[in-house]
Design a protein around this ligand. Structure first.
Ligand SMILES: Nc1ncnc2c1ncn2[C@@H]1O[C@H](COP(=O)(O)OP(=O)(O)OP(=O)(O)O)[C@@H](O)[C@H]1O
Ligand SMILES: [Mg+2]
Length: 244
């Protein structure tokens, strides 16, 4: 089978600063992620995980190397072009939810539809889509609640509904369970599994081996390079320096 990858990078480098203080946050990262994969990115603090996620999420550009996202070379796009790609192809889930306060769950989920310039949906259609997205994460009965009226796990569900609203090619999650207790964490992981089963491609950064073990594949990053990549990564990456 010759399917087109969702993510294909070739020798990505990201250099911060210049001269003596230059830091290679990424030092030659080549990864391929296919449609329908559920992947964790792990690694010690400072290893380059966020730098990699920012590039994969089209929030930043590599200093060198190539990034092809769902068939489109995005390595050299400008800020506006990257923003358009983010809106069309990507859904983001953050550790701290990033919801607008004093704004209902429904309106939070509708937001990405309002930014999308070229669609001509009516407000009723947008609202219908947002209701359906909230129902799909089990929050049909919370559409009119504001973030401060929701639990942490429920806030993250709203954020997931928002991430899904544009039917993205790729979901990027940066420590999605980082602020949650273990019960809510497992509920969010169940939901991500569900989304994966429904065909979504998910890339997630996590510090927690228990969480990474939920995914099919773990990419372990160290010193800006891919140290290991495979099913067993959570164990290899779990305790840097400690014996395996
Ligand atoms: N804007 C910046 N300017 C200079 N150096 C930076 C910048 N952002 C990151 N770095 C450096 O790049 C390296 C990788 O940072 P990055 O944030 O990607 O690590 P990380 O793996 O996400 O770490 P953590 O687990 O602590 O979040 C670090 O050495 C960091 O100090
Ligand atoms: Mg980070």
């Amino acid at each position: 089978m010759n399917q087109q990858p969702i993510i294909q990078t070739a020798d990505l480098r990201k250099i911060y600063g210049m001269g003596d203080i230059a830091v290679a946050a990424l030092d030659g990262v080549s990864v391929r992620i296919d449609p329908g994969e559920f992947v964790s990115i792990m690694g010690p603090s400072g290893s380059g995980k966020s730098t990699l996620m920012n590039i994969l999420g089209c929030l930043d550009r590599p200093t060198e190397g190539q990034y092809i996202l769902a068939g489109e070379d995005v390595s050299n796009l400008d800020k506006e072009q990257l923003a358009a790609i983010r809106n069309r192809k990507l859904g983001f889930i953050f550790q701290s939810y990033n919801l607008l306060s004093r704004t209902t769950a429904l309106k939070n989920v509708m937001l990405p539809l309002l930014y999308d310039q070229d669609n001509h949906r009516s407000n009723e259609e947008r609202e219908e889509m947002a209701r359906a997205a909230l129902a799909s994460v089990g929050l049909a009965d919370r559409v009119n609640h504001q973030p401060n009226e929701l639990s942490g796990g429920q806030k993250q569900r709203v954020a997931i509904a928002r991430a899904l609203i544009n039917n993205p090619a790729l979901l990027l999650a940066d420590e999605p369970t980082g602020n949650l207790d273990s019960k809510s964490s497992y509920e969010i992981m169940d939901l991500l599994h569900d989304l994966h089963d429904r065909g979504n491609t998910i890339v997630m950064v996590t510090h927690e081996p228990d969480i990474a073990k939920h995914t099919q594949r773990v990419i372990c990053v160290r010193d800006g390079q891919v140290e290991s990549d495979g099913r067993d990564g959570a164990n290899n990456c779990a305790q840097p320096g400690a014996g395996d």
